[in-house]
Design a protein around this ligand. Sequence first.
Ligand code: HT7
Ligand code: ZN
Length: 874
Amino acid sequence: PAPTRLSDYRPPAWRVDAVQLDFDLGIDTSEVTARLQLRRDDAQDEPLRLDGEGLELLSITLDGEALAPTAWRYADHVLEIDGARDGSVLETRVRLKPAANTALEGLYLSGSREAGFLLTQCEAQGFRHITFFPDRPDVLATYTVTLRADRERFPILLAGGNPDGTGELEGGRHWARFVDPHPKPSYLFALVAGRLEKIERDYTTADGHAVKLVMWSEANVIDRCHYALDALERAMRWDEQTYDRNYDLDVFHVVATHDFNMGAMENKGLNIFNAKYLLADPDSTTDDEYRAVEAVVAHEYFHNWSGNRVTCRDWFQLSLKEGLTVFREQSFSADMNSAPLKRIEDVSLLRRAQFTEDAGPLAHPVRPSEYREINNFYTATVYEKGSELVRMTAGRLGRDGFRRGMDRYFERNDGRAATIEDFLTALGEANDIDLSPNLAWYGQAGTPRLKARGDYDAARHQYTLTLSQHTPPSHGQPHKQPVPIPVKLALFGHDGRMLPLHLDGQAAAGETESVVVLDQPEHSFVFRDVAEKPVPSLLRGFSAPVILECDYAPHELALLLTHDVDGFNRWEAGQQLAARAFDALRDGGDDAAPVAWCDALAALFTLAELDDALLAGLLTPPGELELADRQPDADPARIHALRQSLLQRLASRIGAAALHARYQSLAAPTELDLGAAGQGMRRLKRRVLELLALIDAERAHALAAAQYDNAHGMTDRLAALDVLVRNQATQGDAALAHFRARYDDNALALDKWFMVQAQIPGEPALARVQALEADPKFTLKNPNRARALLGTFASANPSGFHRADGAGYVLFAERLAQLDALNPQIAARLATAFNGWKRLEPVRREAAREAMAQLLGRPALSRNLGEILGNMLQ
Ligand code: HT7
Ligand code: ZN
């Protein structure tokens, strides 16, 4: 099919003001009657066209009259109807097959036929798999939904909106009705029906509205929903206090499912979550996962305003809701936890997922100009880079200015389907600033390179910082324009103290931190009264999503690593220095960077006042994928070996005795502390154990085995298991067998068992993956399980997946073909593991190309997978 283009956008010729939906629910077949109250746009003379896919049409009536067969046509997933007028009511009745729906889009069954439940997923275009409708986000309607089903099999019936009655029917059936008074796009529709348990809490919003908060899950995991319910309450209070945003229905339902294509879905009044982001208990949830649950619960809740009350005009505007909501979640999580650590985590993710995306053939702008399959555009670029663009705007406006702008945005656009221009206009107008230059960021693919050069004039005590920018060409965008890049900076003296800044028209004289904006290809900023040659700390807090190229000497990075008071930039200096040390090992260059990195960290290791979690972060060099991104002709096996030897060198420099002593001092307390201090300790303990394993394997493996046996909670247990399995310690098999037996009935814990083994480095990984595929608990039908084994292998184990013989690619391509027949969204998403193939060394590059080309040549490939493969091979 031809691509959909942003430039082709037209307002809908027909709108639907109100929808009445009646469901007769069953596992094998369900019937849906939809009554649409139609409104015609006088300015457009188009017939009524409704989207619909995979529907068995049972009847159509228009204004109460059955439609003659000649009065409608159905082709290419569009139903065209003659004779509709402004104010007409169209009624269709269709039949669906939920149990046969393995794509998990539309109405489907989660779990087994006997015990599972029915649910829906409509974003982005799932509603057309439920009924005929103008399935586009700028058609906003009120919804009245009546669910009918067998009471014994489906005791719980839920839909979005407020409850509006229940009752009994003949033959052991019952009904429930829900009315959503807030006009919404069809992608926010949801229903759930089945045997579910709940926990609930009363909540009163800041503006005095009583709300019932209810978490639903299958009975065996309902005890694991308490943490998410607490997190929801924290998020609701935070949004009231930070943005004056209150919840607007009488109920807020949240449902957990083990069968879900993404993390969660913000359906109005009825959020649906992948269980991975809702269930939490100390025995099966790691510290990182606890934070992820809090973040995703908050993210979906925040969508109630940024996404639901103000929605997107079209899917090109996806980042309007996703980038903004990621930003809101990141701010919330920073307030709930350690802000510098949150920033480090978010930037790490950005680099790992988005920078790699931007550097490969799948690069696209935050607001793409065309797509074939919208589900392929739920990307790190739209989400994570989109959030960085909001962050830059927020930084420019300041706290109060941003809040003023957000008030204006919500006020002006409430109940509307808006655009990114609407967002920037509201924020700009509320602050009398023209933010239109920021649009350039939204329209260009690729990560800008920011070059910085410093010149110190000792005689004049003047420091000139010259900044220049360049964004490499990408497919369809050979020439890029400059973008406004805010650079937060400070200057450090040789003793590690910040120097006062004197910069015309920028910082108030004497301040030690300032922001300069580079909005042209190159510009020089002159600092006066600089007493000594400074070391610049640039892009503090990662003030813009760019790649900084600055010719620091190793000792200058070491100075920042030791002294920078900006927690993020301190970590960043360590990352840059580690990358330089890695390059030196790879190229046989001089030893200055490895020595500086190891010396600085060995010194920091002994400092008692350094936060455990930050120290753990400092002791972690960039990952193998990030290192691979920095070079052409990458050989993942060699990168793995070099990174290990760099770590080994660090471990030797710190010394086995110091590592061991530190490990002992961090040894588990009897109570599990889930707070920041406990989490930091566990993070550092793991890092120390990993380092010790590189220089004293026997002792480290014994410690890991004991840690596994005595662990309080999943973080320590999984860390120990991981050390044993990755290092192929003799104790590994026993620990794996124990873990397997202990968590046999816990799907989320079992996913971790698959993930740990999928990450075994190098040669042995493939055979292990093949063996695990034969495990009775492995299935391609469950997205979490497929991601745990195949996704982890292909995306998080570069030395295992990228074998020189290409066998990893062949296996993976075969599984993608099988997966594609079941669930195209998941197949396409997993396939992006190939994205970096063009930067591989020639033998692997050719093997990867061959595997992808063969896969693309298969018949009946989905549009999802076909688009991703086609783009990667272009
Ligand atoms: N807005 C949600 C996106 C989503 C989704 C998209 C495509 C296919 C399935 C999906 N499930 C959820 C999630 C979010 O960003 O909040
Ligand atoms: Zn979202």
